[in-house]
Design a protein around this ligand. Structure first.
Ligand code: THU
Length: 152
């Protein structure tokens, strides 16, 4: 992974996250979140939020995406993530403000980032994909507790 954010790569990852968000299961909030993980081999794996009638059981988009790579034995292959959130207008995701990962998702991302030995880029984008804030995960979750503290 390079140290600089590549605009083209970031745009493609945000587009993948917007596409994934259209497939969220969000009948309660109507807020569709999509996450797209860029793996070290260039592959992109996505996830979207899955809500539940028992609201506290809702799964966030980032969690679903990380669970997918973990189940494939690839939790240590993460390079970057893009997150978008907004409401659907027909098939299009709308919304002008960047969405940032919730606290629980930051911790879950830290697990994959530490196992990947990478301070991953986290691209936080608006539903329309136009407004983007990019961070290193260590900025969003400083002094994290993680696998390294357990000797891994
Ligand atoms: N949500 C995510 O998917 N990721 C986050 O980081 C923040 C919130 C979802 C959960 C819920 O389905 C909806 O957004 C509204 O909170």
């Amino acid at each position: 992974m390079s140290d600089a954010v590549s605009d083209a790569a970031r745009g493609a990852l945000i587009a993948a996250a917007r596409d994934a968000a259209t497939r969220a299961y969000a009948p309660y909030s109507g807020f569709h979140v999509g996450a797209a993980l860029l793996l070290k081999n260039g592959e992109v794996v996505t996830g979207a939020n899955v809500e539940n009638a028992s609201h506290g059981l809702t799964l966030c988009a980032e969690t679903v995406a990380v669970a997918r790579i973990a189940n494939e034995g690839r939790i240590g292959d993460l390079a970057e993530i893009a997150i978008v959130g907004g409401r659907l207008d027909g098939d299009a995701l709308t919304g002008g403000a960047p969405v940032h990962p919730c606290g629980r998702c930051r911790q879950i991302l830290n697990e994959a980032a530490e196992r990947s030995r990478t301070d991953i880029w986290v691209h936080c984008a608006s539903g329309d994909g136009q407004a983007v804030n990019s961070y290193r995960l260590s900025e969003l979750l400083p002094a994290a507790f993680g696998p390294k503290d357990m000797g891994l």
